[in-house]
Design a binder for this molecule. Structure first.
Ligand SMILES: *Cc1c(COP(=O)(O)O)cnc(C)c1O
Length: 382
């Protein structure tokens, strides 16, 4: 038997934890499609598996890999990132107070301000790049959760996870981090003091734009975690086994993909920084990003594959740029092997706090020089 506890995370992902199927010797984990499991003659469920809304070995396999990558106690897959994120809030109680970023992943922000508030959660949106503002917004004994997204869509501001976790814990609040953009390759929120990590596994974890999935990872199998596990089993936002298997396959190349996208995004950010057609390049890897020092400490493996550009000439110039590119695909989402470009204000609609000259770039694993040439040909000359 190989002792996996000392293995590098690259080795664990490449081999999907390295386990061999006992029944067949299969190297690739089997896909368990059964919805139900045999009860033993003594009326017990000796194998611990009952019904696939709660139990599925393909899930468990992907969950154990993700828990190992995040250095957590346990992980839980969901049918989408939104299902994972909303599970965290839905296991709170009406009257509980939560803090979330002022600018964050749009659908979750919208859900928090509508569905969650209607259900009785008290939601305050705070500038999470300002630890002092977070401290001032915490209500001792009332605030139950601080939700962070770092780097946060689509301005790529960072939150100081360690400092905010210390402040939140001091008043009895828990901290959850949407780490979709950082991925476990670049940042480890639990090691910095967070209680939960959330991923839209649709993005980098799967990495091929062909599965919608979400995940939570916990630092402890505590009472709050048990509520989340039960919520998934009863609420039923479970991932299908075929998608769980695709996700596990995608994760096998996670390190290679994230490192390639990060390196290309950094090269693109530097190349575009002084482009005369651009008003601003937003990327935590640039030395003049306001939180570059925090990024260096909190994301030691790289600054991620997401950046945004603000095009001179406003919304019309930004939309015209997106219209002219060829290699970059005009689509929402992020974290796939193919590069995407998106005018964020168009998809977020009226009321968005995102500047209307902003294009969000999800850098894939193509040659960055090709991506740069395609973009330069589309940008206004200034
Ligand atoms: C896409 C995304 C989500 C939502 O995930 P889905 O899988 O689309 O439900 C949440 N947070 C971030 C940062 C995302 O990019």
């Amino acid at each position: 038997m190989v002792d996996r506890s000392n293995l590098d995370k690259r080795t664990l992902t490449a081999q999907a934890m390295g386990t061999i199927d006992e029944a067949t010797g299969a190297i690739v984990p089997p896909v368990h499609v059964s919805t139900t499991y045999l009860r033993d003659a003594d009326n017990s469920y000796g194998k611990g598996l009952v019904y696939a809304r709660a139990d599925n070995p393909t899930h468990t396999h992907a969950e154990s890999l993700l828990a190992a990558l995040e250095e957590g106690e346990a992980a839980c897959l969901f049918a989408s990132g939104m299902a994972a994120a909303t599970a965290v809030f839905q296991t709170l109680r009406p009257g509980d107070h939560v803090l979330a970023p002022r600018i964050m992943y749009w659908s979750l922000r919208d859900w928090l301000l509508n569905a969650a508030q209607a259900w009785g959660l008290l939601v305050d949106l705070v500038d999470m790049s300002d630890t002092g503002a977070v401290e001032a917004a915490l209500r001792p004994g009332v605030t139950r959760l601080v939700w962070l997204e770092t780097p946060a869509n689509p301005l790529w501001t960072l939150s100081d996870i360690a400092a905010i976790a210390a402040a939140a814990h001091a008043v009895g609040a828990r901290v959850a981090v949407d780490s979709t953009v950082a991925t476990p390759v670049l940042s480890r929120p639990l090691a910095l003091g967070a209680d939960l990590v959330m991923h839209s596994a649709t993005k980098y974890l799967n990495g091929h734009s062909d599965v919608i999935a979400g995940a939570l990872v916990t630092a402890a199998r505590d009472e709050a975690w048990q509520r989340i596990v039960k919520h998934r089993a009863q609420g039923g936002a479970v991932l299908g086994p075929q998608d769980a298997a695709l996700l596990l396959r995608g994760m096998r190349t996670l390190h290679l993909r994230v490192e390639a996208a990060s390196a290309s995004a950094l090269s693109l950010a530097h190349a575009l920084e002084r482009h005369p057609g651009l008003a601003e390049v937003l990327y935590p890897g640039l030395p003049d990003h306001p939180q570059h020092a925090l990024a260096r400490g909190q994301m030691p493996g790289g600054f991620g594959g997401m950046l945004s550009i603000r095009v001179k000439g406003g919304a019309a110039a930004a939309i015209a740029t997106a219209a002219k590119v060829g290699l970059w695909k005009r689509a929402t989402s992020l974290g796939g092997v193919e590069s995407l470009i998106e005018h964020r204000a168009s998809i977020e609609g009226p009321g968005t706090p995102v500047p209307d000259d902003l294009l969000r770039l999800s850098v894939g694993i193509e040659a960055w020089s090709d991506l740069l040439a395609d973009l330069e040909a589309a940008l206004p000359s200034g």
